[in-house]
Design a binder for this molecule. Sequence first.
Ligand code: SF4
Length: 344
Amino acid sequence: MPDSRSGEPLERPSSTRSGLYDRFGRRLNYLRISLTDVCNLRCVYCMPEKMQFRPRRELMNDDELFFITRMMVSLGVEKIRLTGGEPTVRPNLVGIVRTIARFPGLRDLAITTNGLLLPQIAEPLARAGLNRVNISLDTLDPEKFRRITRWGDLHAVWAGIEAAEAAGLRPIKINAVVTRGFNEDEVVDLARLTLEREWEVRFIEVMPFGSEADFAQSVVVTSQETRRRIEEALGPLYEIPGHSPNDPARPYRLAGARGSIGFISTVSEPFCAGCNRLRLTADGTLRLCLLRDGELDVLTPLRRGANEEELRARILNAVYAKPWGHGLPEGEVPRLRLMSQIGG
Ligand code: SF4
């Protein structure tokens, strides 16, 4: 069995081995696809208020998206998460979900959304083959929500969560990015939601990207601090056994709670040893690590007529060279893209 703990590169695996592997023996079977860089909110830790979005012609059209995604699934991707910007603003989203959900070999199709448009599309997405949703929610205070998102309406997100539940998109996961000076004092209220609801509330350390990187690094709240705040107020958190090493969120439960609490500690406790993730950006590049700028442009050669065999070979080589982990401890901060241009 390859040793993926040491970080030491292994012999290049033979091409007969099915699946996408990197040089550390990690199997990359989870693809996060950014459908657009556009968003209908402007979260302060994610993008500037006056955001310049990419021209549509520079982004994958539906056929290009299907071609590259189908190829990735045939190379061994089994799980796909649709992200953005905000994926629900992408035209023809229901059609995109219906097509991708039918790719042979795909086991799971999910979406990460701010929830604002879910009341209109949760049902059609579920019928089209979507399995589950993660909804971004950093605060339960309508005024603070408006401040963090610059103009968002918290009630619309609530309506979105309820629409997702009614459509059977489960389990519901709530993603809360904890930002100092904005919502570190709210983690207890967010955690309390799990007492009555079967939701998984995940607290995410803010990550540095592009022009927002310096700000993001100045407002990090570690998972240790968030956990301490929750336990001081609500009692001990009990670890839920059977945590998958691929899952970035370590799961816990409060005594007697229906739901669970997860911590995604990319900055303070990196979990790269179990990384199984690749990202496809809306402009058609394969990003090998969320927090490193190394990418393979797939769309340009595709548009220039490269055939599938050539593209598969490039992808296999690029994935094999995936870096072990991020370089934040060494001060290496990704500068090429904002979070909204990667999709998290
Ligand atoms: S930082 Fe990079 S290597 Fe580490 S878990 Fe995230 S994507 Fe994987």
